[in-house]
Design a protein around this ligand. Structure first.
Ligand SMILES: *[C@@H]1O[C@H](CO)[C@@H](O)[C@H](O)[C@H]1NC(C)=O
Ligand SMILES: *[C@@H]1O[C@H](CO)[C@@H](O)[C@H](O)[C@H]1NC(C)=O
Ligand SMILES: *[C@@H]1O[C@H](CO)[C@@H](O)[C@H](O)[C@H]1NC(C)=O
Ligand SMILES: *[C@@H]1O[C@H](CO)[C@@H](O)[C@H](O)[C@H]1NC(C)=O
Ligand SMILES: *[C@@H]1O[C@H](CO)[C@@H](O)[C@H](O)[C@H]1NC(C)=O
Ligand SMILES: *[C@@H]1O[C@H](CO)[C@@H](O)[C@H](O)[C@H]1NC(C)=O
Ligand SMILES: *[C@@H]1O[C@H](CO)[C@@H](O)[C@H](O)[C@H]1NC(C)=O
Ligand SMILES: *[C@@H]1O[C@H](CO)[C@@H](O)[C@H](O)[C@H]1NC(C)=O
Ligand SMILES: *[C@@H]1O[C@H](CO)[C@@H](O)[C@H](O)[C@H]1NC(C)=O
Length: 738
């Protein structure tokens, strides 16, 4: 940015020039709609219409959404690390949603994507693709990528061994749709940049979240806890984006809750509760459009959700119906496995619907009532930090250090939202000789240094000391803040607990305000951003070593280290000295990654049938509220290649005025479920469910299924498209059995 010479009133020459341009631009911005920022700097318009009242300079705003769904079959779903949870169909599609904001001098990009988390690999590949297309316009400093934390998206997009182990390696077929979908959402936002305004609104949402480690939370200092009414953050922060006519073009919000309403028995790709909130608001604002279409983009971003569950009936022992043990979340006769959190619905679909609807309704209300305009310049600050090697001065006499990454025993216990299969429990501060023995034999003993550094965590995997075939955990981590006027977005590389997030927000706010600016700044935490490093608890929470503490991989002072790093970014922004921040050590980009997913086999079909034939037919008549079910002879969805912007399913309504079939739902629709089942004989079938809404018009309907199958022609595999169509059925208000 160069040196900063003060010209007048605390403004640099550059800022002064931009301030003047701002005023000019406000007046003429309506006529500038088609012009890009660089073209508008060429000179003032000679005839400026008088502005009726002083107005803030508009920003340039672009919003975009793109499908990022990968092949929904055989690839492990990312989140529960359950080896049985491999994709087998689509509940709802996954989308990437991009928001680009430009203050005519600087540009920032925020992306929230329906993925478990952004991985370092994914981010590096997205940044490479952006560089090829846009040069230096979009880079590591001004692009934030955040995941919604759905646990029903595909895995396989990681470069560190631990994550590759749980998702069958690095899977190109899984990575490509994510990279291409994210980049496409940015392309769309980039190409529709227009002058517009941003408004901010903050409210609270009750009955939609629950602290799943209250025992850890209670270990935080009493005076700190007393400053807060709840043990989870209830606030919903909404940004409303409009064009200059005041018409809404998009919404971006943050709320802290795990996207785990869908549990690990679900095998269909799903955007879970946060994705459903997006779905509902977009359906609302893009009337008549199929899901994923229409200009209005609604992003629901994750936040400090580390200890926050959406399963609001709380944990119970499935075997006895009694509450689980408060300290270690185990049950008599069954340990951790039997302790599960449920609710608020009767099943996981209903729970997803209720939580998603709650978040959507609150955001919609805040969106409708926003009055507070967001104004002011944009900033961004980014650094790479070696998180294994941060020293923090915690008081006048003591410095502390972060550690090489390691996971504790309670990591293997999982949480009450989805537990581990073995006999680990949460809250373990002592190892188990049995498992330690196995660990030592398989991957080696943790060094004494690492054990001491992580104390009181009993180390299960000393991932920082495991480098075969590639490092098991990252050392180099992104820390990043972008500010949009009075909103600061802190991109956090993992899952911060409620209290960690509060401390971080407070620290960032303090630093931003240290120079007198940013008076009413609202700091939000964008979770699961840029790279995944598991959890970040407070030092006090860490001491009791529940799942979140056991998964705080850089040791007890991880949060202190982050507070220091983010403070330094915020101070640099406040002092306008971002350019002086060292970039930090660049993360590695491993060339030789392993892939354990075998190629999809050829498809077989029952004798005398064809792909697409109906195996189980629809009934002739249904009423609203019923579920239509039809099963087709199918091919492996992996043979369909790049499935973005396509569909495996349509529900079609006969329009007898035009004598044609109209697609009213597809596989992205909440109302449809597409399930793929493969038998041991390599024959597979696709079952399509349509949950008929109460509002469905009476009429004639049919369901279609689209796919591809692979067969060998001699030695050559050939992939052929097919489609199948159900019988026509009627949906009526009255109910007849025929
Ligand atoms: C969990 O804690 C309870 C005491 O609260 C204890 O009785 C029980 O043995 C513990 N369970 C396990 C598996 O450690
Ligand atoms: C998952 O949800 C289904 C209902 O949708 C329920 O039957 C099942 O018990 C749940 N499983 C777990 C492990 O929570
Ligand atoms: C990170 O820091 C550790 C400890 O100083 C060092 O051994 C390691 O090489 C560093 N990693 C990188 C990638 O610079
Ligand atoms: C500094 O922190 C250490 C470690 O928490 C503590 O033992 C020590 O008492 C503190 N010193 C002061 C002066 O607060
Ligand atoms: C877990 O199971 C192993 C093997 O059965 C046993 O040796 C070990 O003691 C068990 N650990 C706990 C905490 O129950
Ligand atoms: C850790 O220290 C103990 C006692 O000092 C020693 O016996 C042991 O070999 C050390 N372990 C490792 C892995 O260095
Ligand atoms: C398949 O069709 C042939 C010829 O029509 C018939 O002989 C055979 O029985 C059929 N097989 C089955 C399983 O229906
Ligand atoms: C077309 O729709 C109208 C209105 O629902 C109905 O009265 C008519 O019978 C329909 N015609 C056919 C051919 O289905
Ligand atoms: C679909 O395939 C599964 C697995 O082979 C099988 O169990 C099921 O019966 C099939 N469904 C139909 C309707 O044929």
């Amino acid at each position: 940015m160069g040196s900063r010479k003060s010209v007048c009133c605390g403004l640099s020459a550059r800022e002064l020039i931009f301030a003047v341009l701002f005023v000019l631009m406000t007046a003429v911005s309506v006529t500038l709609i088609a012009l890009m920022a660089t073209e508008t700097h060429t000179g003032p318009s000679p005839t400026l219409p008088p502005t009726p009242e002083p107005q803030h300079t508009p920003y340039l705003i672009g919003v975009g959404r793109a499908d990022c769904t990968g092949p929904p079959a055989e690839i492990p779903l990312m989140g529960y690390a359950n080896p049985q949870q491999n994709a087998a169909g689509i509940h709802t599609r996954l989308f990437s949603r991009a928001f680009i904001i430009d203050d005519w001098r600087k540009r920032v990009v925020f992306v929230t994507a329906d993925v478990g988390m952004i991985s370092q690999r994914l981010r590096l590949e997205v940044l490479q693709a952006l560089k090829l297309k846009y040069g230096d316009l979009y880079g590591q400093d001004n692009v934030v990528l955040s995941g919604t934390h759905t646990h029903c998206g595909l895995g396989g997009y990681f470069q560190y061994t631990l994550f590759m182990m749980s998702s069958k390696g690095y899977i190109k077929a899984s990575v490509e749709p994510l990279v291409n979908g994210i980049v496409k959402s940015i392309d769309i936002a980039h190409s529709n940049m227009r002058p517009g305004r941003i408004y901010r609104s903050i409210g609270e949402l009750d009955d939609s979240s629950l602290n799943r480690s209250p025992h850890s939370y209670m270990n935080n200092p009493e005076d700190e806890r007393h400053r807060y009414k709840w043990n989870t953050d209830k606030q919903v922060v909404v940004l409303k984006f409009t064009d200059l006519d005041g018409d809404g073009i998009g919404m971006l919000s943050w709320f802290a809750v795990h996207a785990v309403s869908m549990n690990y028995t679900n095998l269909m790709v799903s955007s879970d509760n946060m994705g459903y909130a997006s779905y509902l608001l977009e359906q609302d604002k893009n009337p008549g459009e199929l899901p994923g279409q229409g200009g209005f983009v609604a992003g629901f971003s994750s936040s400090n959700l580390g200890d926050v569950s959406p399963n609001t009936k709380g944990p119970h022992c499935m075997n006895t119906g009694m509450p689980c043990d408060y300290l270690n979340s185990s049950c008599p006769d069954g340990g951790t496995k039997e302790c599960k959190a449920f609710g608020p619905g009767e099943d996981m679909f209903e729970s997803t619907r209720i939580i998603g609807e709650n978040i959507y309704k609150k955001a919609k209300e805040l969106y409708a009532n926003t009055a507070e305009e967001v104004t002011g310049l944009l900033h961004s600050a980014h650094q790479w930090v070696n998180m294994t090697d941060v020293t923090v001065q915690i008081n006048n006499t003591h410095t502390v250090k972060t550690c090489k990454p390691a996971l504790g025993h309670s990591f293997a216990a999982g949480t009450t939202d989805g537990g581990g299969d073995l006999n680990f429990t949460q809250g373990a501060v002592e190892g188990d000789p049995f498992w330690d023995g196995i660990r030592d034999a398989l991957v080696g003993e943790p060094s004494n240094e690492t054990q001491e550094c992580h104390y009181p965590k009993p180390i299960l995997f000393s991932t920082g000391e495991m480098n075969w075939p590639l490092p098991w955990h990252p050392q180099i981590v992104d820390v990043q803040i972008i500010t949009i006027g009075s909103v600061a977005i802190v991109a956090v590389p993992g899952e911060m607990t409620t209290m960690s997030g509060r401390r971080l927000r407070e620290a960032v706010k303090q630093e931003l305000q240290s120079e007198g600016a940013f008076k009413d700044v609202e700091v939000v935490i964008a979770g699961l951003s840029n790279i995944y490093t598991h959890y970040i608890t407070t030092f006090e929470e860490y001491q009791v070593q529940r799942y979140e503490g056991a998964s705080t991989i850089y040791g007890p002072h991880t949060l202190s280290a982050y507070l220091q790093q983010y403070r330094s970014l915020a101070r640099a922004i406040a002092q306008d000295r971002v350019s002086e921040l060292p970039i930090g050590p660049e993360p590695p980009f491993f060339e030789k990654l392993f892939n354990l997913l075998s190629a999809a086999t050829v498809d077989r079909k029952p004798e005398n049938s064809s792909f697409g034939d109906v195996l189980q037919q629809v009934y002739p008549i249904y009423r609203q509220g019923d579920v239509v079910l039809v099963t087709f002879v199918a091919g492996n969805p992996r043979h369909s290649g790049d499935i973005r912007d396509k569909t495996f399913v349509t529900v079609e309504l006969y329009d007898n005025r035009t004598s044609s079939w109209e697609v009213i739902y597809n596989d992205a629709s909440w109302e449809t479920r597409f399930q793929w089942l493969k038998g041991s004989n390599r024959e597979s079938n696709s079952t399509v469910e349509w949950h008929i809404p109460q509002t469905a018009p009476s009429g004639s309907y049919r369901i279609k299924h689209f796919g591809h199958y692979k067969q060998m022609k001699g030695l050559r595999p050939v992939i052929t498209p097919y489609e199948g169509t159900s019988d026509v059925f009627r949906v009526t208000k009255s109910f007849y059995y025929q």
